[in-house]
Design a protein around this ligand. Sequence first.
Ligand code: ADP
Length: 194
Amino acid sequence: MLNLVLFGPPGAGKGTQSQKLIEKYGLIQLSTGDMLRSEIAQGTTLGLEAQALMAEGKLVPDAVVIGMISNKLDANRDAVGFIFDGFPRTVAQAEALDELLKSKNESIAGMIALEVDDEELEHRLLLRGKSSGRPDDANPEVIRKRIKEYNDKTTPVADFYRNQNKFTSINGIGSVEGIFDLICAIIEKLRNAA
Ligand code: ADP
């Protein structure tokens, strides 16, 4: 299995690059943001709980997203590998993910981080908000809150993987194809090392 964590702030391009990785490597994308939006669309209890937090740009509780990921891992036992997108977002989530994978004799091959400065992020998210229909993309205050949550709670997750020698970062500003080529080069290295 090839398990990757795609890392970066909101608007860094994780979703765009995930789509290309799915096509090229046949990996399964597990996006906790997409899963939560699907729960909201279906009007589930979980969705209702998450909706208020997401609308404010806050993280939903660790136990909620860990439970969702655990279910997806169980439901896709014969996957060639997973791309974790928007997860883990806290160190507690990263620890839980390691445990979940360990129980299946699997592990994370590497974390690939897309680096984009705050000003560019705000610009991209506001632009995305015009077409995405996502309420959290339409409001500059919520966007800033999401970037703050990322800087406060999610940045330490990079150190978690750095300490395991699994961290690589690349510049997330440039052409989609150029960034994809950089990611593929990292994946080839990870595969050769495996
Ligand atoms: P973005 O990366 O553009 O902010 P996501 O779709 O990944 O978008 O997440 C949207 C919102 O969903 C987040 O602001 C947060 O409220 C919630 N969320 C998604 N993933 C997680 C997670 N792993 N832990 C906690 N909250 C999450």
